[in-house]
Design a protein around this ligand. Structure first.
Ligand SMILES: Cc1cc2nc3c(=O)[nH]c(=O)nc-3n(C[C@H](O)[C@H](O)[C@H](O)COP(=O)(O)OP(=O)(O)OC[C@H]3O[C@@H](n4cnc5c(N)ncnc54)[C@H](O)[C@@H]3O)c2cc1C
Length: 552
């Protein structure tokens, strides 16, 4: 007779929490639901609930685990010795791509009447809680749209392929496919942040087509159908769309030298590539390549804000499940006073992060509707990208520790979340570069800074720590504007302070008052926290926990 699963020969298996039960990741997330309503995408609720249900299924998690365990492989040649430069993915990757694209994550921002960026952010936030690698090509396809629109003939040809919401994994010319995805290849060996060092050259061929020669040190999702890329016409950098197939139906020379062996993000391929007589179609005005491609980068930056928050959310879900079903020293862990302080602190961090993320997403919708909204959304994305990505790795690490030893073991999911956590702080502008961009935006477009202060000042009088923080920031900016160079070494301090202050203001305006007070005391107060679980002493822990994750 078979022994019961929890009754082994030598011992009984007990006090093990088991996996997080199937749940709807949207329905179970009150902070997300409130933020989506508040920031203008209530109309997307049923879409979000549908995706939330799918992302919460064990079968979807299994796909994500498979896609990460079986990393993509480069096939340089076919069996007859012909060069093919193709990357082969596990079937699970294709299933996940199909899921993301069919749910319009990449297109909804551009096809919705209003609130499209908030809806996009919420959809991808649900997806990224389970799998981050697929989000890379999805994000690049979403973000490429405004840059593509700078070449109207290309936009006419490519946008219908993107907006078909159909994933077609076949490696054939894009015109023959049911749908297409786009990538981006900017970074070269000698400089990624400083794009002015790009050395790839472009020689005119015919019409708007050029022949490119050079290399790119990072090119993720190399099986995308085309890539926005930079190359020099003469001395100046221009932007090009490089398809994997030439208009005459032949393969475009696109040499994939190798795939990077990365810390995480294993389901996604990131390649080193070379161009040699590679066809590229000019996008935007010649010589304005950086400005043209920056329209894309601005939008990828929004997604680098959502990814860390998604990792935080999923790691907290795992941690809360564990403590609710695990006993130690005579109590369920969730009832141990010190554990509760840690969990409350993590929950505060998450609620602040979600509020900031969705406010920033709305600034993208505002920028689409009002011509003068652009600088504010750029400032907003910079503030959030820096702060949220600095917080995420420590947060996930703390959540991992909540699971004890099991958290360090691969099956718990926490290691995969942890490996993913530093990435979004690096690509699309690493920390320093982002903080310097926050400075540059605030100084070049003072109205963006004025708007920031107008926004946080709405909460003035709600909390003394917040009031103090707003006036200290105002004073520093007023002084700093007189000697901008002196601000550069302080760029991180200013950006971080702006993020925490903005989070405090949002918590005061839209959160429970006890929760908002705990946030402001611990993030903006004199004895501000460094390690999770060292603050929120007087806070109403039960309220905080319930506000983020009501009982399963
Ligand atoms: C997994 C992965 C996938 C990627 N995929 C792509 C892709 O698909 N397409 C693509 O184009 N790129 C891609 N990248 C590249 C990525 O965008 C760059 O690595 C990133 O922009 C940083 O550039 P860099 O590596 O050249 O570092 P550097 O530019 O050398 O920067 C190194 C450090 O110096 C700091 N720094 C730079 N300038 C200053 C300054 N003025 N003051 C102070 N500090 C400064 C930076 O913040 C950074 O911390 C990918 C990267 C990774 C890790």
């Amino acid at each position: 007779m078979r022994e019961p699963l929890d009754q082994l020969g030598t011992h009984e298996v007990f006090n093990q929490p088991g996996p997080v039960p199937e749940q709807n990741l949207f329905e179970c997330d009150p902070c997300l639901r409130k933020a989506v309503d508040r920031e203008g995408a209530r109309w997307a609720t049923s879409k979000l609930a549908e995706l939330g249900e799918i992302m919460g299924r064990p079968s979807t998690l299994q796909l994500a685990n498979d896609a990460n365990r079986h990393s993509p492989e480069l096939e340089s040649f076919d069996r007859f010795g012909r060069r093919i430069d193709e990357v082969v993915y596990h079937p699970a990757y294709h299933c996940l791509m199909d899921l993301a694209i069919s749910r319009e994550i990449h297109s909804i921002a551009w096809t919705a009447d209003s609130g499209g960026h908030v809806a996009h952010t919420a959809l991808e936030y649900l997806f990224a809680q389970v799998e981050g690698g697929v989000c890379c090509p999805v994000t690049m396809t979403y973000a490429a749209v405004p840059t593509l629109k700078q070449a109207p003939d290309l936009a006419r040809e490519w946008l219908p392929r993107l907006f078909a919401n159909c994933y077609d994994s076949r490696f054939i010319p894009a015109g023959e496919k049911r749908g297409a995805t786009l990538g981006m290849a900017m970074t070269e060996k000698q400089g990624g942040s400083d794009l002015r060092t790009n050395s790839t050259v472009a020689q005119h061929l015919e019409g708007d087509w050029y022949g490119l020669r050079g290399h790119k040190w990072f090119c993720s999702a190399p099986m995308s159908d085309a890539f926005l890329s930079l190359a020099r016409i003469g001395d100046d950098l221009s932007c090009f769309l490089v398809p994997r197939w030439r208009p005459d139906g032949h393969r475009n020379p696109f040499f994939v030298r190798r795939l990077k062996n990365k810390l995480g993000n294993r389901s996604n391929a990131s390649a080193e590539i070379e161009y040699d007589d590679t066809w590229g179609h000019l996008v935007g005005p010649p010589g304005r390549g950086i400005a043209t491609i920056m329209d894309m980068v601005k939008h990828t930056r929004l997604d680098t804000c959502l990814a860390p928050v998604a990792l935080m959310r999923q790691s907290l879900v795992q941690a809360l499940h564990h403590v609710r079903h695990r006993q130690a020293f005579g109590k369920t862990l969730v009832d141990q006073p010190l554990m509760r302080t840690v969990l409350a602190d993590l929950s505060l961090e998450l609620e602040g992060a979600v509020n900031l993320l969705f406010r920033v997403a709305r600034s993208f919708d505002e920028a689409a509707a009002q011509a003068d909204g652009e600088p504010f959304s750029r400032l907003a994305a910079g503030i959030a990208k820096f702060h949220l990505n600095k917080v995420a790795p420590g947060f996930v690490c703390e959540a991992m520790e909540v699971l004890g030893g099991s958290g360090y073991v691969e099956e718990s999911l926490l290691p995969r979340l942890y490996r993913e956590a530093p990435l979004n702080g690096i690509w699309e502008g690493s920390g320093n570069v982002i903080c310097l961009d926050v400075l540059r935006t605030a100084l070049r477009y003072p109205e963006s800074l004025d708007r920031f202060f107008a926004e946080v000042s709405v909460a003035t009088g709600e909390n003394r720590h917040l009031d103090r923080s707003i006036s200290a920031l105002k004073q520093r900016w007023q002084e700093g504007r007189k000697t901008p160079q002196a601000l550069e070494p302080e760029a991180r301090r200013l950006t971080e302070a702006m993020a925490s202050t903005w989070q405090g203001a949002l918590m005061c305006r839209f959160g429970d008052s006890a929760v908002a007070d705990a946030f402001c005391a611990s993030r903006l107060g004199e004895g501000r926290h460094r390690t999770y679980g060292t603050s929120a002493r007087s806070a109403d822990v039960a309220k905080i926990l319930n506000s983020v994750n009501p009982g399963e």
